[in-house]
Design a protein around this ligand. Structure first.
Ligand code: PGA
Length: 237
């Protein structure tokens, strides 16, 4: 039986004041959890500060990792550093990284390799654009993104249709389930947790989680609100 996993991706949001309020809200509102793991991924600069103020039972993750482990790579943050600061997870290949910063499948593969080597669990994001979906290319696109990380054990996969991220337009539970089942078949590993991401909110999470291959959520906007995020965690549990 796979555990559920709910991950908050804070993206480039927050200040110490706003984060302190969010953490206090999570501490108050997260339900007792037995079958669900919860992680939060703050911006790099706040990792250390957040790690000293973590709500009970929540673990820390980062939003990106470098393709190298040390050296002259100005502005980059390496996997051993994330491990050193207490990170458990790292998001790799988010569609914003792919589309805005030109991240390639080869880089995603390298990041996954380094994350695993340094004790981090990579959350590998895959997903199609609206044009790709409308052209009937969804499974081909996702298959190619997955091929870059085949053979690695111990990853989490997040299916995030690009057209659903930050748009308020969620994939229907059936649309998501279809892709999740495809991903599971392609990976050949039944224990891999496959998360759905893209406008997950308190009011659509429960139905998504009823589908057999949806093992949790990668949550952007709604993870900045303690009520919403706690409600999504309750739905997973
Ligand atoms: P969203 O973002 O929940 O704001 O759509 C999800 C993500 O990009 O991980």
């Amino acid at each position: 039986m796979r555990r559920k996993l709910v991950v908050g991706n804070w993206k480039m949001h927050g200040s110490r004041a706003a984060i302190a309020e969010l953490l206090a809200g999570l501490q108050r509102q997260l339900p007792p959890l037995s079958g669900t793991d919860v992680a939060i991924c703050p911006p790099f600069v706040y990792l250390a500060w957040v790690s000293e103020r973590m709500p009970e039972k929540v673990v820390l993750g980062a939003q990106n990792v470098a393709c190298e482990t040390q050296g002259a790579f100005t502005g980059e943050v390496a996997a051993p550093m994330l491990q050193d600061m207490g990170c458990h997870y790292v998001i790799v290949g988010h569609s914003e990284r792919r589309s805005l910063f030109g991240e390639t499948d080869a880089q995603v593969s390298r990041k996954v390799e380094l994350a695993l080597k340094h004790g981090l669990t990579p959350i590998v994001c895959v997903g199609e654009t609206l044009a790709q979906r409308e052209a009937g290319e969804t499974l081909a696109v996702i298959g190619a993104q997955l091929d870059a990380v085949r053979g690695f054990n111990g990853i989490v996969v997040a299916y995030e249709p690009v057209w659903a991220i930050g748009t308020g337009r969620t994939a229907t539970p059936d649309q998501a389930q279809e892709v999740h089942a495809f991903i599971r078949g392609r990976l050949d590993v039944t224990e891999t947790q496959i998360l759905y991401g893209g406008s997950v909110k308190a009011d659509n999470a429960a139905e998504l989680f009823t589908r057999p291959d949806i093992d949790g959520a990668l949550v952007g906007g709604a993870s900045l609100n303690a009520d919403e995020f706690a409600a999504i965690c309750r739905a997973a549990e």
